[in-house]
Unconditional design. Structure first.
Length: 460
C-alpha cells in the first residue's frame, strides 16, 4: 500500500477546489454556461462552473484535473487513475471497450453472472461476446462467487477450444456484500495471460483496510470504484484504476481518457470533480483510523444481530436475512423508526454504513429486528437456502443484436419463450435476471415477479 496513507494529515493538494473557490470569489461575470450564472437557486450554483480558462478539461486533462487525478493515483498506488463524473456505469463501459480493443477479432469476456446492467450496455456497444460463469450454490441473483479452481477449469476448456477470453470480469463486493478471492482469481487469470477486471463499485474503501484489500492491491489489472458509494463523494463520482502490473498497461494508460470520453458527457460536473478532489485530502487525513473505528462498531452490531447476519467480507455492509420476515418487511419497520436501507428484497435487507454515518443512531437497526421478531410465529419454513435456484440460460442471439433489435414492451406474464431485448432489472440491485439475447423461461417469470417487475422488453 502507498506510504502516503501511513500517517495522518499528509499534505495533499486540492487544485480543483482551490481553482473553483478563487473563481467564485473573483466575482467574474459569467458569460458562459451553466445558465444559472452562479445564482443560488439551490445553494451550490456558485461552485458549479464549466471548462473555463484554467479549469482544465476532464477528457484532455493537463492542468488542475490532471494534478488531482495524479493525487488519487498516488493514494491508491496505481499506474493511472481517472475520474468519472458519471459513476461506475461509465467506467464499466470504458473497461469493456478498452479490453475489447486488445482482441484479435471479436473479443470474448468471461464474466461472473451477477453483472450490473452497465456491463450489458457496455458489451452491446463494444459488440463483444460474453461467456458466463455461474456458481452452483448461489442464493440470489445478486451473487456469483467463483473459486480459483472453477475459473481455472473454465479457462482450460476455453484454451483447448482456442477461444481464450481477453479478460475475466467479476463483481466484488457484490450488492449483498460477498467479496471474491481476487488474489487467487488474478493468479489464475495471469497464468493464462488473461486480464482480470473488477467491478469494485462497492469497494473504494478496501484500499484502507489492513494492508490493503482493494482489487489494485490484490492483482487485478483494472477496476472501477463508485467513490460516491462508500466515500464522502457526491453521487456520480467514481474512479477507473489501472494497475502498475496490468497486462497491456501502456495501452490502457494511453487510451483510457479517449475511451472514457466516448461514454461521457462533454459537460462533466465540476461539483462532482470538486468532491472527488476534496476526497483525496479526506483519505490522507486520518481516514484509515476512522474507518477502523467504524468497522469495529459494525462488528459489535453484527455480533448482537448474529442470528440474522449474512456473513460476508464487505466490512461496510450489514446484510440481514430473517427467515419468516421478508427483507422488504424489515425495511418497512426500519423506515417507521426513521431509517432507510440501501436495498431490500424478499430475502435480504442491506444496510450501508461509513465513518460519516451517525453511529449513535445504529441502535435503530436492533430495534427494527426486535420489532420484526414479534411477527415470527412458530416454525419458520421460508429460507433462501431452500427456495432459490440458479437459473442457467442459453443465448439465442448476441447481446448487441438483442439490444439493438426491433423490440417491444410486454406484460411479464406473457413473456415465456420470448427473447430478452433490454435488460430488465429492479434498481437496486440492477442485476439482470435474463440477459439480452436469452430466452425467457417460465421460472424467470417468478423471479421477475419477486423483484416487482411487471413489464419486460423483448425482441419483436
Ligand atoms: C455492482 C455495481 N456495479 C456498478 C454500478 C454502477 O455504479 P454507478 O451508480 O456509480 O454508476 C452499481 C450501482 O449500484 C453496482 O451496484
Amino acid at each position: 500500500m502507498s506510504g502516503i496513507l501511513e500517517t495522518s494529515n499528509v499534505k495533499m493538494t486540492t487544485p480543483i477546489c482551490d481553482f473553483v473557490g478563487q473563481y467564485q470569489e473573483s466575482d467574474t461575470v459569467r458569460f458562459h454556461m451553466p445558465g444559472h450564472k452562479g445564482m443560488p437557486h439551490l445553494g451550490m450554483e456558485a461552485l458549479d462552473i464549466t471548462e473555463v480558462k484554467g479549469a482544465d478539461a476532464l477528457y484532455e486533462a493537463d492542468g488542475i484535473i490532471a494534478e488531482s487525478e495524479a493525487n488519487v493515483g498516488h493514494v491508491f498506488g496505481t499506474a493511472r487513475t481517472v475520474y468519472s463524473t458519471e459513476g461506475s456505469s461509465q467506467c464499466v463501459k470504458a473497461m469493456i471497450h478498452l479490453v475489447s480493443g486488445l482482441a484479435d477479432g471479436k473479443a470474448i469476456i468471461l464474466a461472473a453472472r451477477n453483472v450490473h446492467k452497465a456491463f450489458i450496455y457496455g458489451a452491446a456497444l463494444a459488440d463483444c461476446d460474453v461467456e458466463w460463469l455461474y456458481a452452483a450454490d448461489n442464493k440470489s441473483i445478486c451473487e456469483c462467487v467463483i473459486s480459483a479452481k472453477e475459473l481455472e477449469d473454465k479457462l482450460l476448456v476455453m484454451k483447448e477450444e482456442n477461444r481464450l477470453p481477453v479478460a475475466v470480469y467479476i463483481t466484488s463486493p457484490d450488492y449483498l456484500g460477498n467479496v471474491q478471492d481476487i488474489k487467487a482469481l488474478a493468479d489464475v487469470c495471469h497464468s493464462f495471460g488473461v486480464m482480470l477486471i473488477v467491478d469494485n463499485a462497492h469497494g473504494a474503501y478496501l484500499h484502507f483496510v489492513g494492508d490493503g484489500c482493494h482489487p489494485m492491491d490484490l492483482g487485478a489489472d483494472m477496476c472501477c470504484d463508485s467513490a460516491h458509494k462508500t466515500l464522502p463523494v457526491l453521487t456520480g463520482g467514481a474512479y477507473l484504476h489501472i494497475s502498475n502490473n496490468a497486462i497491456a498497461k501502456e495501452y490502457l494508460v494511453d487510451n483510457v481518457k479517449n475511451v472514457m470520453a466516448i461514454y461521457g458527457s462533454t459537460s462533466p460536473s465540476y461539483l462532482i470533480l470538486q468532491s472527488l478532489d476534496m476526497c483525496n485530502k479526506y483519505l490522507v487525513s486520518g481516514y484509515k483510523v476512522r474507518l477502523e473505528e467504524c468497522i469495529e462498531k459494525l462488528d459489535a452490531l453484527r455480533a448482537k444481530l448474529d442470528k440474522y447476519v449474512v456473513k460476508t467480507d464487505d466490512l461496510l455492509k450489514i446484510t440481514l436475512h430473517m427467515p419468516g420476515v421478508s427483507g422488504q418487511k424489515l425495511a418497512d419497520i426500519l423506515r417507521s423508526l426513521g431509517g432507510e436501507c440501501e436495498f431490500a428484497d424478499k430475502d435480504y435487507i442491506v444496510l450501508m454504513i461509513t465513518p460519516d454515518s451517525d453511529m449513535s443512531k445504529l441502535d435503530i437497526v436492533q430495534k427494527a429486528v426486535s420489532e420484526a421478531e414479534k411477527l415470527l410465529t412458530g416454525e419458520c419454513t421460508s429460507s433462501v437456502e431452500d427456495d432459490y435456484e440458479v437459473h442457467y440460460h442459453k443465448a439465442v442471439m448476441t447481446i448487441r443484436e438483442a439490444v439493438f433489435s426491433n423490440h417491444e414492451i410486454i406484460d411479464v406474464t406473457e413473456a415465456e419463450g420470448r427473447i430478452c431485448a433490454a435488460p430488465t432489472v429492479s434498481c437496486p440491485p440492477a442485476v439482470p435476471i435474463v440477459i439480452s439475447g436469452e430466452k425467457i423461461e417460465a421460472s424467470d417469470i417468478e423471479v421477475f415477479k419477486a423483484y416487482g417487475i411487471t413489464k419486460v422488453d423483448v425482441v419483436k
